[in-house]
Design a protein around this ligand. Sequence first.
Ligand code: HAM
Length: 423
Amino acid sequence: MAAFAPPPGTADIFPDESGRWRALENAAVKVFSTYGYGELRTPIFEYTEVFQKGLGGETEVVQKEMYTFEDRGGRSLTLRPEGTAGVMRALSNTDVMNGVEQRVFYIGPMFRGERPAAGRRRQFHQVGVENVGRATPLADVECIAMLMRFLREAGIPDARLVINTRGVSADRPAAAKLLHDYFAPHIGEMCEDCRARLERNVWRILDCKQEHCREIVAGVPDYVAAFSPESRAWFDEVKQGLTALGVPFTVDPLLVRGLDYYVHTVFEVTHSGLGAQTAIAGGGRYELFLPGQNKPVPGVGFAAGMERLLLVQDALGVKPGEKSDVPVALIGLGAAARIENLKLADALRDRGVYAVTELEERSFKAQLRNANRLSADYAVIRGEAELAAGTAVVKRMSDGEQEQVPAAGLLDNLLQKRGKSNA
Ligand code: HAM
């Protein structure tokens, strides 16, 4: 068969793998529910301005990575590159504007036109949360603690949490001037992107990946000291709260995050199993203008990349996937036996037992081979002779031991073998 691969940066997730995805989703639902979060499902595409306004027109995601197209009416639509902007668009239809707190989580695909690599996809999947409507440092603390609890639940107890503060917009001019004055004398040695960033958005220089730029960036002055006392007090409360909850963290002044909506607390989680630079999750506090509103709405949230969580699980040898069940294989020879087996399979499934049954005429050998391929623990075998005698053969596949069972007692016999009573 000729190979026909999915587009670059996308992947098919086959049943032998999807159990691990389901387990990860279940871990998220379990943990988030204990904090009062409910699931919000928003569209996969939105009007383009939702992301342009939400994430900021200057961000890398908006400038270079969005999948944008026109709908039939000529309106610009974009496949969602992240979850927050769409969630906020949806919440603008609720009473969050009246100070009612909303706690929502989401699980699903996101789309960014990035260069594909291990753990970097064009269609990737996030589990994320947003706590909207509350502006208080303890909301940040609780959100971060919930992320770390989710990671533990997913079998990743040793992730590294890095935090920083972005202050508020009024804090930034003075701090940006400090950075500008520091970088200006070095800018000739820095990369082309950084040269453009110096005047346009000096903060972006802080997360430049070029080695030589990083050497210069390493010496940046303490710009947080130039933030207002209120902003610094907010950050202190976050640090104290995390310490009180026993959540270990490192403060990294170079963490600015790639999206423009952040204020105050920002954070990222990395894991050595992925290489030091790659984040498995990121988030922070933000202020977003909801459509039609002239006052920003405060929120805090994060998103974790599911592909990356799975890679870390691989590195740690964690295999939490739902244990795939093995079937009882119903082997029938002849049309009458096939119908009897179909009925028996139905009854077994009523009790939650996984059963496979042959639906067309195939040889005994072929059916047995299929039972082995599926690792069936028991096979029920019957042909015309067994039907006439009102019996069936039940074969234990591990050692081939067989017993004759009356047809009337077959269901009970199998349920008992599976530790289920026929009550
Ligand atoms: P983000 O840092 O852009 O934040 O993405 C969050 C996570 O999604 C990353 O840490 C990474 O694990 C995963 N991720 C991002 N891009 C890719 C990709 N191309 N391939 C695979 N995984 C990827 C946000 O998206 C914010 N909306 C998070 C947030 C929620 N902030 C506040 N609330």
